[in-house]
Design a protein. Structure first.
Length: 238
């Protein structure tokens, strides 16, 4: 497969993967989890009825099926790459990706515990200036504290990533999305509006995808030709 064709395939796969996760968030915030009570059919039919919840749930399933096929095709056509030679940054980027995943989990605990209903202010509880660790508010404090600490790590990693030839574009875009995510998270906490809640989930997914992609772009593809190319470049620069 040519490099140009692989890039197109990778972009389409990334878009569908993002839609799949974002639609999962829409299913959750809209309460459409039982829109199609059976599987793989929907109410006994291969297409959903004219019901918003059924359409949302069925769309999630359909996009997931296409995404799975695209991921398999992308992995089988993956092009070789020497990656980034700075091992310390590669490790730091991997840590950032893992930390971002943990950050998503702390956000999920807020929803699961119902804490978003008891702490309706930002950045803390009690008009925004009281650290409240009682009851479900402890999950909110855990999430927001994680945003502060892990957010600093993400800013450091992404800023460094913008200066590297491989992940520069992805890192810069992810940095912008992360800033927007913080603002939307604040709006979601204060208003509890469905629009902001859904947008918050969608942006969180995009941040996770961006940090993970930045980390993956630092790694060499397990390919002997790529390793030989890297050695040749290093030898030529000596």
């Amino acid at each position: 497969m040519s490099v140009a064709l692989f890039r197109r395939l990778a972009v389409v796969t990334a878009v569908f993967a993002y839609l799949q996760i974002a639609l999962g968030g829409v299913v959750r915030v809209s309460g459409s989890g039982l829109g199609c009570p059976d599987w793989p059919l929907c109410h006994g039919r291969p297409y959903p009825p004219a019901d918003p919840h059924a359409i949302i749930e069925y769309s999630h399933r359909a996009v997931g099926s296409v995404t799975g096929i695209l991921i398999i095709a992308t992995v089988m056509a993956m092009a070789p790459s020497a990656g980034i030679t700075d091992l310390r940054f590669r490790r730091l980027a991997a840590v950032a990706a893992g930390a971002t995943y943990l950050l998503l989990l702390t956000g999920s605990t807020v929803v699961a515990s119902g804490a978003e209903q008891t702490c309706r202010s930002w950045p803390l509880c009690g008009s925004g200036f009281t650290p409240d660790f009682t009851g479900a508010n402890a999950f909110t404090m855990l999430h927001r504290g994680s945003v502060l600490l892990i957010g600093l790590l993400l800013v450091i990693v992404l800023l460094r990533g913008t200066r590297l030839p491989g992940p520069a574009g992805v890192a810069m875009a992810t940095l912008a999305v992360f800033a927007l995510q913080v603002a939307v998270g604040a709006a979601a906490a204060v208003t509890d509006a469905a629009l902001f809640n859904g947008f918050h989930v969608a942006l969180a997914t995009l941040v996770w995808a961006g940090v993970l992609t930045t980390s993956l772009l630092t790694l060499p593809r397990t390919d002997r030709d790529a390793q030989l190319s890297r050695l040749a470049v290093e030898k030529g620069s000596v």
